[in-house]
Design a protein around this ligand. Structure first.
Ligand SMILES: Nc1ncnc2c1ncn2[C@@H]1O[C@H](COP(=O)(O)OP(=O)(O)OP(=O)(O)O)[C@@H](O)[C@H]1O
Length: 738
């Protein structure tokens, strides 16, 4: 059996139904298909495809993109089932795009009035110069104007030369005819001139008799006219307002020329063969503060190839890079959405972050504004059930973007915030009083705390999964996920927990790397449904600095300026670069905050995170503190520790439980003893866990320790008593040194 075609209509079966008299009903007519088609084609409109577009619908930007057909269509459009046809029909909106939304309308009005204001101001400052020029050229214009009027009234223009030629030839007859014609013309022209002169004199008398402002009005109206008449052809009265680099209206021709300048052989050869190979399925139209061209590239050319050449495209349009925004458009891979702003994005004033308003609150379950598109539309993000990965080179703005998310989280008083900035600059210090745990630095102690925090997160996930199970049994967690009610329920232990790590590469390239990576991956996988939200910022997104297990499992990504394809795809996911989502086009520092956001909306998009400087951040923190104080969720300094024992106590506890005179003891034995000492902390610890807990103390070496068990030599991992004592002495020395 042949497969049905893409419209899910089995043509062959339908034809068989029509031609096979045995399958046709008793009253069915047997149709000769060829005949029927010929008849149908005769009735098809000249457009040949059933389209109802008439010529008036076409404009400079509409180009028929259907290839020329040899012969008529095989099956006319009316054969297609009506419901499929209805789905395929795209009606054009009645109102232009800019007039349909308040945003578009505002942007258009703003742009036009800005332009008008600019031109007015430009000329206003040059008024004295214009007045001087007018004073010089107006008298000249008066004489020139009078001369022209007389010349016109004499009707000699053209006639004189012809009469001269006739006289030279001795053609008296022609000369006479020409002169008679001139006289006929000149009679009425003298009357007109005399009437005009009379009117001027009358006007002048009226002006002399009238109030003085009449004369001023007349002068301002007449003098520029006379000056225009009197000025030399190459010296205009007013200076030119040079608009060249400010904005270039996007036209089909400009887009075509720009695309052909990209040196893409596939585009250039296709256009050489067929000028209509680049086509515009939708007219170029205003879209926010700029114009949008949706372009169908020649067959076989992908939009991503053009996106990769954004610099060349901008050069071809003679526009700054951040005014030109090519993106793959929905539909097919060869469709490009090219948005060109009225002005470069760097000069467009990003509106202030809406959450700066004093009444703004956040519910982490609901979206809040996080960034703006090049068109300055707000892009929202939400925090719940998400894990974020922010990547970018130094100066790309990832720390600020991460902090913006944390500030939003801070405005939901239910949210607990804990995190580490492993660069040690203190960009997050402004949030310190809101955080239940905060670390800043890349020294070994901070790294150890950060690692212990990741371990704690894992434990926390385990605890939360038990709680979810409990609430699911009670019918309060129908999807085995944290619900807004559970998140708000005091004592449920399921409040949103935001755990952030900036410059995570510092941990991932330290001695904790392997285990930290493995545990964090588990936390990311487990925590999503349990209200644990992980935010990661990293500068070096390669597989050594960011385990692929982590990158694979995050669901929300923001890739700011990166240096290469590898970094781009590590953050945005494999093939992102190939599909045209390239954060390599952003320039660090100059385009700080710009990046590609993935995981929100149907496709990744270029956005700029809202910029919140430290002063504004402090204002938000003040509000967040007030909200938390009222809700009773502001962490007090002594609460700012975790519920799992800090690793630093392990040394002391080991010294306490050390068995007698043993020089070296197996980890597993020690774990048992530790669990007896403090079951709430060490209960369930295994040998490997003890090894990890001892990592921050390089003096303690975990090594093989041999013993005889029932006479047989057995080797297991263990530690030496002397090492413990040395590590304690070292720690005490450091503490007393300050
Ligand atoms: N959304 C934004 N809009 C405008 N400027 C921004 C934005 N985000 C950041 N910046 C500016 O860019 C500078 C660098 O930002 P940030 O410190 O976040 O970069 P980074 O990528 O974290 O760099 P590094 O890795 O060196 O810390 C900031 O000082 C800030 O002034």
């Amino acid at each position: 059996m042949t497969a049905p075609d893409e419209n899910r209509f089995d043509w062959q079966a339908a034809e068989a139904d029509l031609t096979d008299p045995t399958t046709a009903g008793p009253d069915a007519e047997v149709v000769d298909l060829d005949d029927a088609r010929a008849r149908r084609q005769a009735s098809v409109t000249p457009a040949g495809d059933g389209s109802d577009l008439d010529d008036d619908d076409q404009d400079a930007e509409s180009v028929a993109d259907t290839p020329d057909r040899d012969g008529g269509p095989v099956d006319a459009a009316e054969d297609i089932p009506p419901d499929v046809l209805a789905r395929q029909r795209h009606r054009r909106p009645i109102l232009a795009d800019w007039a349909r939304s308040w945003r578009g309308f505002r942007a258009a009005v703003k742009h036009q009035s800005k332009d008008a204001g600019y031109v007015t101001a430009y000329h206003a400052v040059r008024l004295p110069k214009y007045a001087a020029k007018t004073a010089v050229y107006a008298p000249l214009g008066l004489f020139r104007g009078a001369g022209r009027a007389l010349h016109w009234a004499s009707a000699e223009e053209g006639n004189w030369h012809l009469r001269q030629a006739a006289a030279t030839r001795g053609d008296a007859d022609t000369w006479m005819k020409l002169d008679a014609r001139r006289q006929r013309q000149t009679v009425w022209r003298w009357w007109v001139l005399a009437g005009g002169a009379g009117a001027t004199v009358a006007g002048a008398i009226v002006l002399t008799l009238g109030p003085s402002w009449w004369r001023w009005v007349a002068l301002t109206a007449v003098l520029p006219l006379l000056a225009t008449l009197g000025r030399p052809a190459d010296k205009p009265l007013t200076d030119r307002v040079t608009e060249g680099t400010r904005y270039r209206k996007l036209t089909a021709e400009l887009v075509r020329r720009a695309l052909m300048s990209l040196q893409l052989p596939a585009i250039n050869s296709a256009v050489a063969k067929d000028a209509k190979a680049i086509s515009f399925p939708v007219d170029i139209h205003r879209d926010g503060p700029g114009h949008l061209a949706v372009v169908d590239l020649p067959y076989g050319v992908e939009a991503s190839e053009v996106v990769a050449r954004r610099g060349k495209l901008a050069s071809a349009m003679r526009l700054p890079l951040d005014q030109v925004w090519p993106e793959p458009a929905p539909g097919h891979t060869g469709r490009l959405a090219l948005w060109v702003g009225y002005e470069p994005a760097s000069q467009m004033v990003q509106p202030p972050w809406p959450l700066l308003s004093t009444s703004a609150r956040v519910d982490v379950f609901k979206p809040f504004p996080f960034a703006t598109t090049p068109r300055l539309d707000a892009v929202t993000a939400d925090l719940m059930f998400r894990n974020f990965l922010f990547g970018g080179q130094p100066g790309s703005g990832k720390t600020f973007a991460l902090r913006t998310l944390l500030l939003a989280a801070a405005l939901d008083p239910r949210t607990e915030i804990r995190g580490y900035e492993l660069k040690g600059v203190g960009d997050f210090a402004v949030l310190e009083q809101l955080m239940a745990e905060y670390g800043n630095g890349f020294d070994d102690e901070t790294l150890a705390r950060c690692f212990a925090f990741i371990e704690w997160l894992y434990e926390e996930c385990r605890r939360r999964s038990k709680r979810i199970e409990h609430y699911a049994r009670l019918g309060k967690a129908p999807e085995n996920k944290v619900t807004p009610e559970l998140a708000s329920l005091k004592g449920s232990g399921l409040h949103p927990l935001v755990a952030w790590f900036d410059e995570l590469q510092e941990l991932m390239t330290s001695k904790y790397a392997k285990e930290a990576g493995e545990i964090l991956e588990k936390v990311i996988k487990l925590g999503r449904a349990l209200g644990v939200i992980i935010l990661i910022g990293t500068q070096i997104p390669d597989k050594d600095s960011l385990p692929t297990g982590i990158t694979r499992n995050v669901n929300s990504r923001f890739c700011l300026s990166v240096a290469d394809q590898t970094a781009n795809d590590m953050i945005l996911g494999t093939s992102a670069y190939k599909q045209g989502y390239r954060a390599t086009v952003f320039v660090p520092v100059d385009e700080a905050g710009w990046g590609i956001l993935r995981g929100f909306g149907p496709k990744p998009s270029a956005v700029k995170s809202y910029y919140v400087d430290t002063t504004k951040a402090a204002q938000i923190v003040t509000r967040a503190v007030a909200l938390r104080t009222a809700a009773g969720t502001l962490p007090t300094p002594d609460e700012q520790t975790r519920t799992v024992a800090p690793v630093a106590d392990v040394l002391g506890d080991l010294a306490r439980v050390w068995p007698g005179d043993e020089k070296a003891v197996w980890n597993e034995t020690l774990c048992g003893l530790l669990a007896e000492l403090r079951p709430e902390v060490y209960g369930g610890w295994e040998a490997a866990q003890l090894s990890t807990a001892l990592k921050p103390h390089p003096l303690v070496k975990v090594a093989d320790v041999g013993r005889r068990i029932d006479g047989k030599p057995t080797t297991r991992r263990g530690i030496k008593h002397a090492d413990i004592l040395k590590a304690i002495a070292e720690r005490d020395r450091k503490r007393s040194a300050g």
